[in-house]
Design a protein around this ligand. Structure first.
Ligand SMILES: [Zn+2]
Length: 199
């Protein structure tokens, strides 16, 4: 057999902002980015629903606007929020994509970073299944690292920050249990791209 030409690889990996290695679960919680948006920031989050309970479909249901089948006092307080992220990484490392990276997902809220407000406009939001202060699984770092490596090739990414860095005082995720050095080292990136190393 003749090998396929390698020039197709890049376009097959990303189709209209959708990453081929992710399981696609379309969320209605998005809108268009500003026309001149330069997508140069990756924002990391942690989420689990109810907080600290892992597994199940509650997070993906929540981020994709589905009715929550689980009843819990905390879920009652958030069930009507319209939020999303581009990606969600489960504890076992499974990667889900909810919003095309070409569109604006609703993960950052009121935020400010690298001199600009409203970080949803020009960032890619990645939710890790977890809880601020708790640790994350090796499989999650592996998935995150390979996703970020591909994002770096496809978008003009210059910054990696946590929600806690773009909305300080309001948000604390992904929190102290996230090992930024593991991500930085696996990508072979300079510390300058990460606020945690430049306080
Ligand atoms: Zn967050």
């Amino acid at each position: 057999m003749t090998p396929k030409p390698s020039q197709d690889t890049k376009s097959l990996l990303w189709v209209n902002g959708w990453y081929s290695f992710a399981k696609r679960m379309d969320s209605p919680h998005f809108n268009a980015r500003p026309q001149d948006a330069k997508i140069d920031l990756v924002v990391l989050h942690s989420i689990s629903l109810p907080p600290g309970i892992y597994g199940g479909d509650t997070v993906t249901d929540f981020l994709s606007g589905q009715a929550l089948s689980l009843h819990h006092p905390y879920l009652e307080t958030i069930k009507d929020l319209k939020v999303s992220a581009h990606f969600f990484i489960r504890r076992q490392g499974e990667l889900v994509q909810l919003v095309s990276c070409n569109d604006r997902a609703w993960h950052a809220g009121v935020s400010h970073y690298r001199g600009r407000d409203g970080c949803n406009d020009d960032s890619i939001g990645i939710e890790l299944e977890g809880l601020e202060g708790e640790t994350f699984e090796a499989e999650q770092y592996e998935t995150l690292s390979s996703l970020c490596a591909s994002l770096l090739q496809h978008f003009p990414i210059e910054h990696f920050a946590g929600h806690e860095h773009i909305a300080p005082g309001r948000k604390k995720d992904p929190g102290s249990g996230f090992l930024w050095e593991v991500l930085r080292h696996s990508l072979g990136l300079s510390k300058d791209l990460f606020p945690v190393f430049n306080k």
